[in-house]
Design a protein around this ligand. Sequence first.
Ligand SMILES: NC(=O)C1=CN([C@@H]2O[C@H](COP(=O)(O)OP(=O)(O)OC[C@H]3O[C@@H](n4cnc5c(N)ncnc54)[C@H](OP(=O)(O)O)[C@@H]3O)[C@@H](O)[C@H]2O)C=CC1
Ligand SMILES: O=C1CO[C@H](CO)[C@@H](O)[C@@H]1O
Length: 261
Amino acid sequence: MPWLGLGVYKAAEEGNEVQKAIIEAVELGYRSIDTAAFYENEVGVGEGVRNSGIDRVQLFITTKVWNSEQGYESTLNAFNRSMKKLKMDYIDLYLIHWPVKGKYLDTWKALEKLYEEGYVRAIGVSNFQKHHLEDIFQQSSIVPAVNQVEYHPLLQQTDLLAYCQSKHIQMEAWSPLCRGKLMDNASLQLIGDKYGKSVAQIILRWDIQNQVVTIPKSVNPDRIKSNAEIFDFELDIEDMNTIADLNEDKRVGPDPDHFDF
Ligand SMILES: NC(=O)C1=CN([C@@H]2O[C@H](COP(=O)(O)OP(=O)(O)OC[C@H]3O[C@@H](n4cnc5c(N)ncnc54)[C@H](OP(=O)(O)O)[C@@H]3O)[C@@H](O)[C@H]2O)C=CC1
Ligand SMILES: O=C1CO[C@H](CO)[C@@H](O)[C@@H]1O
């Protein structure tokens, strides 16, 4: 999968916001889009992809089954609804959005069926902790291709990253920019000055050097462009260590062991 993708949570269908962002992003070289049934913009995502001017096969589309749809049959139905909204005949990556207690193992069985029948090229999970992944391993011989989790300098999840890497599960960062909250961080600004890059570019480059796929969200053409300009420099070890020291185990989103939605 591409190292960089466009996140589209809160990119609206109204005013063609999400569609325009996708067209812009594809023009600038993005090849991966991350949506979810929960984002209520799959129709707009499908339109953006079809109007992007490049073949569907060149793009990597991720969507996710929402919590209220989990369970075997209901996941299969939810998947069909997503496909109809996207107007696609396959999805590159289908994820379990959250590990809903008592449901995610049956949900995984549904994803296996979709994978085996060829409707999805890869299946994976999101917001899974080590113990959730171990549950999957107990029942299934198919290893999740991806675990998409909250990941940014304030929440580095190094144990989970090492575990995923040991199992050949690709970790993917959601809210990589900490929803904009790190832009004034003095250490990141200093590093940015050194490379002539923005704080956002430093963070996104740090993701990739940690072998974490990253999906910053933006609907602003300038930011969509600059967020992709991260493949022409390399952070040195000293700067990687400075960023490692920023970890506070601090979430901006819900805790996967204590969410109730
Ligand atoms: N699996 C899961 O449970 C979750 C998955 N996700 C996925 O991850 C994606 C990214 O996470 P998200 O929560 O959206 O947050 P991000 O960390 O990507 O931050 C997005 C915010 O930062 C702004 N922004 C984008 N680029 C820049 C920049 N260069 N400088 C300053 N501000 C910037 C955006 O505004 P603007 O648009 O105006 O540029 C927006 O307000 C989501 O869109 C979604 O696809 C997110 C949360 C949970
Ligand atoms: O994908 C998502 C977008 O953000 C929401 C609020 O933090 C999350 O709950 C959800 O998983």
